[in-house]
Structures are given as structure tokens and as C-alpha cells.
Write a protein that binds this ligand. Structure first.
Ligand code: AMP
Ligand code: ZN
Length: 465
């Protein structure tokens, strides 16, 4: 398996510290709001990578943190007139609702920064003792110059980084690039007792600390969105490697942005859609297929039109599954026939191809094309004369290839019915509002899926033709 490593800027063979096991840490959300489609891509991408590693037989220890104390948390809690803890509780809860609906597997653990205060303080203390960090008026800074390899992840040295960075001039710091790992309390802010007085941790230290405590000194994969490369991950490396003298992570993986009109989707630009509002209109498979249709290191553009075309594409697979399931009831032969055995070999080639693509730095874009090719092939070659056994084999195969992508799993008759009912309800609403164009559009969409509607005195009925 090959993995692109941001640290070396190369695709490398994937070799884990312990054979068969992966220690993986992904930077999670700051829990002050609902997450948007941009954040969702990061979560979906690394969930898919984790699922694929598991599919390939690894046992994955998957840690994704919740940042539940920082400036944004404090500001929002003040606005809502609640405590930072209450805000964190609320949005962690909302995170799980959306992540579950996006079919994101639960992490092995989701540690909260505020639950690791003792460990964070101990981490900061160790860095001070070792001479990598210093205290000024209750703040503790990491001295970037003391860590010789600072800048190795970004591929730039300190001077180059300094030119590109927005630096707040603070004369108390030994060097403008030094960053806070402990911040003294400001009036009205939540704070914890520490050897430097009341205060709270900087953002970067929490990830170094939780990775260290939950996974150990060196981990296999550290991941996050591309914007975290600098300064967040650069600073994590400095802190962790300064403490242990060992490599922090062997592979650094970064996922690209979701854009809207070629601009990064972000809360500050107000060009975002929350995952929740999109999930009201599209199911998780559509959203995941959309996100995974591009390689995780390439940017994708978001628009409703693109989601619609993803939905049509997904329907092609779903229709095919549906047809296969109907055929199961109708075919006359149980056991696989001699002449079908060759065809099974053909089908297995799709699986080999899929694995080849995914083994190449998780190329979900090409892996998805393989699934479409498989479905096309099956549509042509499977019919009423096929055996039940081969149809079951194919259904199993489609689901198997969908599973690392987290799609095509819950697709059962029940959920199809629910989806059709949802569309019918939307059409009824459109008719009530005299939006005939929308009502017709929904009817046509259903017709494309082979569903016809009948108006009866008891309401709208549907049947499959
Ligand atoms: P935040 O809650 O802002 O700390 O972000 C959580 C995660 O989402 C981080 O890994 C970010 O890199 C990622 N992220 C934020 N905006 C986008 C975007 N537009 N596209 C992809 N990932 C994003
Ligand atoms: Zn982090």
C-alpha cells in the first residue's frame, strides 16, 4: 500500500510500527457550532481511510479530539450566556448526531481537551524543564529556535515561515515565531490551576498531549485538513519531538478543501452549508459519494447541482441493486452454473482493480469508477436466466466494495420506501403551494426510477413498473 506523506512530499510504502496495527490521530472539530460541508469532508475522508485500513485487515486505533476550550468557544458561550462546558456538551452531542447520519464510524475515543488538563500541564512542565519553553507573566511559550527541525513539515525554515506568517508583535516573546502553549487567564475566562497561575492551554498542545497519552510517543498516521499543516501540525511536531526525542508521526496525511465558487468554504466567509441542512435533502450516501468522487488531496467544488448529479449517479447503482434483488425472487436456478464460473472470475477482476486503486494513496475517485463499471457489466450480463447464487454473490460484492467508502450499506427495501415517500410528500407540498414545476420534476424523477404515482381517494399511491 502506498500513502502520500506530507512530511517527505512523496508517496511511500505504508509500513506500520506494529504489524497489523495502525495508530491514527485526526484533528477534530472545535465544538462551538454545527459542522459544515468543508469540515465534513475531512471527517468523511479520514473515516474512509480508517475503514479501508480495516478492510485490508489492520486493527486501527482511531483517535479524534474535540477542541472544547479556545477563543471561539469562549466567545460563543458568552453570546449564548452559557458556560463553555455547556456549549461543548451541546455541540459534541450535535456532532455525534450529524456524524452518525453521515455514516461516520465512531472513533476508538474522542478525547476532550478539558478532560486532559493534568496531562497537558505535565506536558508543558516537561517542555519548560527541558529548556524548550519559557514562562512570561503566566504565559508559557514554545521557543521555536530551540527545536532544530522546526519547519520540516511545511518544507520551509524559520526565516521563510516568518516571512509568510501573520505575526503579532509581542515583545515579551524571545522570538516572533514562538507560540503559546499555556495562556494566562483573562477576566471572565474559564481557567485551570497550574504552576504558572490560573490559565488554559494553547490549541496545539492539546493534540500533542492527547496523542501522547492515548497512542504513545510515535504514531503511524497523523491527519487533518490541509490548512492545519502550518502552524498547527508544525507546532505539534515541535512540542512532541522536543519532549520525546522521537519521531511524532511516521505519516502525515492532509485532505484538501471543499470550495464554493473557488473559495474555501468557511464560517468566516459565510459561504457554508451545514452538514445537517444538506442531510435534510440528501442522504449520507449521496454526500459521501460526492466527497469521495475526488481524490482526497484535490480540492472539490460544492454546489447543489453537483449534488443532484451525484444523486442521479448513485441511483444508477441503487436501481441495479434493486433489479438484482427483484431477480432473486424470479430466477429459476439456485446453484451457480458451469458457464457462470468464468463470469465470476471476470467479476473478481473488478475487486482486484478496486484494491489496486485504493492501495494507491486511497484513490477513491478511481475506486468509485470501478464500482460503476462493475454495475454496468452486471446490468448487461445478469438476467432471468442467471442463478440465484451468482446474483447473491454480486450483491455481496457491490456491498463489499461500498463498505470502505461507507456507502451502499443500509440500502434495503425499507429505506428505498422511505425515500420514495419523502419525495411524494415533497411533491404534495409543492402542489399545495402551486409549484407545478417542482411537482412535475419530482414526478419525473420518480418515473426515472421506475416509480409511477396514482392519485387515489386515500392519497397518493406508488407502484414500481
Ligand atoms: P475547525 O472546526 O475549524 O477546527 O475545523 C475542523 C476540521 O475541518 C479541520 O481539520 C479543518 O482543516 C477542516 N476544514 C475546515 N474548513 C474546511 C474546508 N472548506 N474544506 C475542507 N476541510 C475543512
Ligand atoms: Zn490537532
Amino acid at each position: 500500500m502506498k500513502v502520500y506523506n506530507t512530511l517527505t512530499r512523496k508517496k511511500e510504502d505504508f509500513i506500520t510500527i506494529t504489524p497489523g496495527k495502525v495508530k491514527m490521530y485526526v484533528c477534530g472539530p472545535t465544538v462551538y457550532n454545527f459542522f459544515h460541508i468543508g469540515n465534513a469532508r475531512t471527517f468523511v475522508v479520514f473515516d474512509t481511510i480508517r475503514r479501508y485500513l480495516e478492510y485490508r485487515g489492520y486493527k486501527v486505533d482511531f483517535i479524534q479530539n474535540f477542541t472544547d476550550i479556545d477563543d471561539k468557544m469562549i466567545k460563543r458561550a458568552n453570546e449564548d450566556d452559557i458556560t463553555v462546558k455547556q456549549l461543548g456538551d451541546r455541540f459534541i452531542n450535535e456532532y455525534y448526531k450529524d456524524a452518525d447520519n453521515l455514516n461516520i464510524e465512531r472513533a476508538t475515543k474522542n478525547p476532550r481537551a478539558t478532560e486532559y488538563m493534568n496531562e497537558i500541564i505535565e506536558f508543558v512542565e516537561t517542555l519548560v524543564e527541558k529548556g524548550y519553553a519559557y514562562e512570561v507573566d503566566g504565559d508559557v511559550y514554545f521557543h521555536t529556535k530551540s527545536f532544530k527541525e522546526y519547519g520540516k513539515l511545511s518544507g520551509q525554515n524559520l526565516e521563510e515561515l516568518q516571512l509568510g506568517a501573520r505575526i503579532d508583535v509581542d515583545n515579551r516573546k524571545k522570538d516572533p515565531m514562538d507560540f503559546a502553549i499555556w495562556k494566562s487567564q483573562k477576566p471572565g475566562e474559564p481557567a485551570w490551576e497550574s504552576p504558572w497561575g490560573m490559565g488554559r492551554p494553547g490549541w496545539h498542545i492539546e493534540c500533542s498531549c492527547m496523542a501522547y497519552n492515548l497512542l504513545g510517543e510515535t504514531i503511524d498516521i497523523h491527519a487533518g485538513g490541509i490548512d492545519l499543516t502550518f502552524p498547527h501540525h508544525e507546532n505539534e511536531i515541535a512540542q512532541s519531538e522536543a519532549r520525546t526525542g522521537k519521531a511524532f508521526a511516521n505519516y502525515w496525511l492532509h485532505s484538501a478543501f471543499v470550495n464554493v465558487n473557488n473559495q474555501k468554504m468557511s464560517k468566516s466567509l459565510n459561504n457554508f452549508f451545514t452538514a445537517r441542512e444538506i442531510l435534510e435533502k440528501y442522504d449520507a450516501d449521496v454526500l459521501r459519494l460526492f466527497m469521495l468522487s475526488g481524490h482526497y488531496r484535490t480540492q472539490i467544488n460544492f454546489s447543489m447541482e453537483l449534488l443532484d448529479s451525484t444523486k442521479s449517479a448513485l441511483d444508477r447503482i441503487r436501481n441495479s441493486i434493486n433489479n438484482l434483488e427483484s431477480l432473486l425472487e424470479e430466477v429459476k436456478t439456485e446453484k451457480i452454473e458451469e458457464n457462470e464460473k468464468e463470469y465470476v472470475k471476470e467479476l473478481d477482476k473488478y475487486k482486484e482493480k478496486y484494491i489496486e486503486k485504493m492501495d494507491d494513496d486511497f484513490n477513491t475517485a478511481d475506486a468509485i469508477s470501478v464500482i460503476f463499471d462493475l454495475v454496468k457489466d452486471v446490468n448487461i450480463n445478469i438476467n432471468i436466466n442467471s442463478s440465484k447464487e451468482i446474483i447473491e454473490y454480486i450483491l455481496e460484492l457491490i456491498r463489499e466494495l461500498g463498505s470502505p467508502l461507507g456507502i451502499l450499506q443500509k440500502y434495503e427495501k425499507g429505506s428505498l420506501e422511505e425515500e420514495i415517500q419523502k419525495l411524494i410528500d415533497q411533491r404534495q407540498k409543492a402542489r399545495k403551494e402551486k409549484d407545478w414545476a417542482l411537482a412535475d420534476k419530482i414526478r419525473d424523477e420518480l418515473k426515472e426510477q421506475g416509480i409511477v404515482l396514482e392519485d387515489t381517494p386515500q392519497g397518493v399511491r406508488w407502484k414500481k413498473i
